[in-house]
Design a protein. Structure first.
Length: 312
């Protein structure tokens, strides 16, 4: 989607994994992009504006959103395991923080508000993280009902790609394979996921600004289901050394197994791209990033992950 005469967009939570990629996709589409986060983005581009602030400070949020016609909110406690142990901070940041961005969008006269939710809103899993996203979705819908603020609710699935960290499942497995020559998964390995590359998710997060997607709940996940066990096997086959696979079934985490879906009244439409990043190629790219980080930018460190062309 092409921007309308260099529209101004603000992205809250723009220094993080997903938010930074969406900010870049918006810039590539021609929008004037303002980033807002507690720390300056290490990925900031020369044609982007950075504001360092706290989403819990309503005055800062309102001031930052002035002049923006589109508001994205990615600011959240997004790690399920962290949220499970921190119900009050999770509710405060994920629900009240989202209300601050909604209020700022309303005051700014924004034409669209985009909220980053999760497929876990459908699930019986996800603990306080799920509950916080469900509540934030309802406040977003109610702002539309009360004030006419058009919105998108984007329910992201299992993301992976560059700029991730230890909280990301694929990143964690890849790093373990490099550093320890083994991968440990908390669970049986039979859990199913539809992995989506973060750059694909970012492009779709911009496409939803088209008029036909206004006030829609959209599901952004991968194109095929894979067992965690099979993903771990893929990673082991990419490495130039043997990788042991371990399954810690005694310490299963608070994630869904086969599907996140349990009956909910608000049904989302799945949005897919005709062209998308292949999972294997995407993981190889992540491996290169991790390898470079571990060797301080040296692409020719001790070993390089195998590619489909140089491994039998």
């Amino acid at each position: 989607m092409t921007a309308i005469s260099n529209e101004k967009v603000i992205v809250f939570g723009a220094s993080g994994f997903l938010g930074s990629h969406v900010a870049d996709a918006l810039t590539a589409a021609g929008y004037q992009v303002r980033l807002f986060d507690r720390v300056a983005s290490p990925f900031l581009k020369s044609n982007q504006e950075m504001i360092v602030g706290d989403i819990m400070n309503l005055e800062q949020v309102i001031e930052a959103a002035k002049g923006a016609s589109i508001v994205y909110n990615f600011a959240a406690i997004a790690d399920i395991d962290e949220a499970h142990d921190k119900p009050i901070p999770t509710a405060t940041i994920n629900v009240l923080g989202n209300m601050h961005t909604l209020e700022a969008a309303r005051i700014a006269g924004a034409r669209r508000f985009v909220f980053a939710s999760t497929v876990y809103v459908y699930s019986e899993s996800g603990s306080f993280y799920r509950a916080s996203k469900q509540a934030a979705e309802r406040f977003t819908e109610t702002y539309h009902e009360r004030y006419g603020l058009d919105y998108n609710i984007l329910r992201y699935g299992s993301l992976y790609g560059r700029r991730a960290d230890q909280r990301n499942g694929i990143y964690r497995m890849l790093r373990e394979a490099i550093e320890h020559h083994s991968i440990t998964y908390k669970g049986s390995g039979e859990a199913m996921r539809e992995y989506i590359h973060v750059e694909d998710a970012a492009r779709m997060s911009v496409q939803v600004l088209a008029p036909e997607f206004a006030n829609r709940h959209l599901i952004l996940t991968g194109q095929e289901k894979l067992r965690i066990r099979d993903v771990m096997t893929m990673i082991s086959e990419m490495m130039p050394w043997p990788v042991e696979l371990h399954f810690d079934e005694a310490n299963t985490v608070h994630h869904y197994k086969i599907t996140p879906y349990a009956f909910q009244p608000k049904i989302g439409r799945k949005l897919v791209l005709n062209e998308h990043v292949d999972l294997g190629q995407g993981m190889l790219d992540c491996l290169r990033e991790i390898h470079q980080d571990l060797h301080h930018g040296d692409e020719n460190g001790d070993a390089t992950p195998a590619t489909p062309d140089n491994r039998a």
